[in-house]
Design a binder for this molecule. Structure first.
Ligand SMILES: [Zn+2]
Length: 386
């Protein structure tokens, strides 16, 4: 039986139909991709998570003894919980030139177009290899991809370039912000709310720390450092969730909140974290005067490297040539690209769809973007073809 051939849109339909919300397994999708590649005689390497519910997939088309170009994308998607969708998010619906479905923009379409073009890549014959690198758990802090990057970066021959197909409207992106996310736990002491002097109010202490973070955010917004190619052009600081307290008439014992720094290249997160921790430490003596067990602790949840390639680097030149764009941009959202660069693989971001549609109800990709992505990859074939 001949190996199956899918159009890009058919392949997008296939991939969207796998519900790969980050909290769930992505193995059904990975099995499908592995089976599909196997029909073309391409072997896939899997990198599982510790309980084998998820996996990264790495596959090489063409010769294995030279660098080549890695096309990389994550297979997971953000949840649809609580979102109002006009159609089933896990079944592609076409309306007026757009394909609707969870992950159409972020970022199964790039992966799907690359997979659909495997027969074209092979038919041409490759003198330079193409590597496909599919990851899991990107949406929860670029967690999954690390095992695959570690393995690939250690090999004697590793990819010369990486293209991460996050939605950029097919415009090459050479830099993005780094991000760290941090949980702060405030431990106070319960008392009757009529006797506030006998308790340590964890919610109020948390509020002071959160307000301090806000003051740090304002300072960066108003005084920089700035890089005008980013929007917004400064490091941002934001608190996302707060949990604390049980009843109005009880001084709350615990409060936990989660915050993040999204940093410009060259504005590292560590000094920012140090600064808020110093502020928090200044609140502790007053708390411990009431309860020696009271305190404030910080736990780093995720840390994602920023991306920063030079506009005249070889990888930026490649991206301009493939996309037909004559400029390169910078974006504020994080991707796995920073981790690839950190591992020594020159990397850019370029993919179909817009980040504006990502993570929203009625996420879509314009079919025109799919066509532009095909054209981009055909130019790549011209470069790497025999
Ligand atoms: Zn994404």
């Amino acid at each position: 039986m001949p190996a199956p051939v899918f159009s890009s849109i058919e392949m997008i339909r296939k991939l969207i139909a796998f519900d790969t919300t980050s909290r769930d397994s992505n193995l059904a999708l990975i099995d499908f991709v592995r089976g599909y590649l196997a029909e073309y005689g391409i072997e896939s390497e899997l990198f599982h998570d510790s309980d084998r519910r998820k996996a990264n997939l790495y596959a090489t088309l063409g010769p294995k003894d030279r660098g080549g170009v890695m096309l990389s994308g994550h297979t997971d998607v953000v949840p649809v919980d609580g979102q109002e969708w006009s159609s089933n998010p896990f079944e592609v619906t076409e309306r007026s030139g757009k394909l609707y479905g969870r992950g159409t923009s972020d970022m199964k379409s790039f992966v799907a177009v690359a997979l659909a073009m495997v027969p074209e890549f092979l038919a041409r014959g490759l003198k330079t290899p193409i590597h496909l690198a599919l990851s899991y758990d990107e949406e929860v802090g670029c967690v999954g991809v690390r095992s695959m990057i570690d393995a690939v970066a250690k090999r004697p021959v590793r990819p010369a370039f990486c293209i991460v197909g996050e939605p950029s409207l097919m415009k090459p992106v050479i830099a993005h912000k780094g991000k760290i996310s941090v949980a702060c736990h405030v431990r106070g002491l319960e008392s009757h709310s009529a006797l506030t002097h006998l308790g340590v109010n964890a919610v109020e202490t948390a509020a002071e720390v959160i307000a301090y973070l806000k003051s740090m955010a304002r300072k960066r917004r108003d005084h920089g450092p700035f890089d005008r190619q980013f929007s917004p052009p400064y490091t941002t600081i934001h608190t996302g969730t707060v949990h604390g307290g049980t009843a109005l008439n009880i001084v709350p014992k615990d409060c936990e909140f989660v915050f993040e720094f999204r940093t410009l290249p060259g504005d590292p997160a560590e000094p920012l974290l140090d600064e808020v921790q110093r502020f928090a430490a200044g609140l502790v003596p007053e708390m411990q005067a009431v309860s020696p067990e009271a305190g404030i602790s910080f736990e780093m949840l995720t840390s994602t490297a920023g991306l920063s390639e030079e506009p005249d680097s070889e990888v930026a030149e490649l991206a301009r040539a493939l996309s037909g764009a004559n400029s390169v941009g910078k974006v504020s959202f994080g991707t796995e690209a920073g981790l690839f660069q950190e591992a020594g693989i020159p990397t850019i971001v370029c993919g179909p769809g817009s980040i504006d549609q990502a993570h929203r109800p009625d996420e879509f990709i314009a079919i025109d973007q799919v066509r532009q992505c095909e054209a981009f990859l055909r130019r790549l074939i011209d470069r790497v073809g025999a």
